[in-house]
Design a protein around this ligand. Sequence first.
Ligand code: PLP
Length: 441
Amino acid sequence: MSMVQSAPNDLAALWMPFTANRAFKQAPRLLARAEGMTYWTPEGREVLDGTAGLWCVNAGHGRRPITEAIQQAAASMDFAPSFQMGHPLMFQAASRLAQVTPAGLDRIFFTNSGSESADTALKIALAYHRARGQGQHTRLIGRERGYHGVNFGGLSVGGIGANKRQFGPLLGNVDHLPHTHLPANLFTQGQPEHGADKADALEDLVQLHGPESIAAVIVEPVAGSTGVLVLPKGYLERLRALCTKHGILLIFDEVITGFGRMGANFAADRYGVLPDMITMAKGLTNAAVPMGAVAATSEIYATVTESAAAGIELFHGYTYSGHPLACAAAIATMDIHRDEALSARALAIEPEWQEAVHSLRDRTNVIDIRNAGLIAGIELQPRDGKPTERAGRIMQRCFEAGLLIRTTGDIIALSPPLIIESGHIDRIVTTLGEAITAEAA
Ligand code: PLP
């Protein structure tokens, strides 16, 4: 059995990310061990993982080949410089990744997180236009309710107000498309029918800012962090067509939707729409070592690298880009995805998942349910004057009853590991349903 960590006796020093620190430290929720679909608390209580950690442990916890690959990499070389030097694992990891990304998106830049991937892709877009002699393409377009991490670029194109308010004006040369969360789409199973025409707002932005001014549009194929908003049928196709028409690069942020989550390697495959770049992280290493990546077309790579005079072509990178431990973890993770056909498995169980989560629609205070791949969002009526409280209390009830869920505002988000089986789905829906009902009493 792996080492079980004991509960800490002092919580003061740690400033926790995206957490109500004061409330948490009064009543901490700790996880100390994980295997398969299950976490254990430091006291040894089982908690079923309904969220794959943070949408990232797609192949399930404690996968031995990943652990062993990391151990071997650490034992043979802890680190090698990533600038002006290389090591075999970073090239192997990139080659393997280029085989699973959609055809044509086969040039890989490594980062350490989803946030870094977003900023990297935005910077590559700017460098690409400049390399083509079209440096006037500088405006970056995101969407309302979009989430692209917490660094200044991704935050600026992001569309979640609470994440931005504390941090001043951010990047100036940015605009946003409207979100597509429409009343007509409530309780849709899979992709909604209404709202593809919201993509046409890009045409308005082109008219507003000038056709040569826009560098890139970044979009999550399913908006996760805002509370699971599935894009309407035809929306991505329209966005693709408009981007092509106006020479704008289209970036899919697949930090959540990549690596089997959508019943395909990437949402781009599932929806049959090819962007110019894909950002990823999370499932890339099964979250065992932090790692992100940007996949770009060979045309983007060639344009940036060949236009430069001899020397460094892109003045960007991280000390830990292509870290050996992360590369080892990524290769082992991709082996597991291939050998266990996890995307196909997710696709096969999706109808059962969809039916199960939508069975909660008549519970008190449930005002919408949405799903895509092995993702679901259950939106609750907020308490009068106390937004987030209802969902927060339901999360606590679930945790006490042995189920990990995630909440954003008053929306419950579910995204289990792709190794999920019918019995787990039953337990998730039963435990959550009981918590929703108990909280309404
Ligand atoms: N982009 C998307 C779509 C995400 O969902 C996330 C994280 O949830 C990020 C970017 C940021 O990733 P990270 O937290 O690894 O920086």
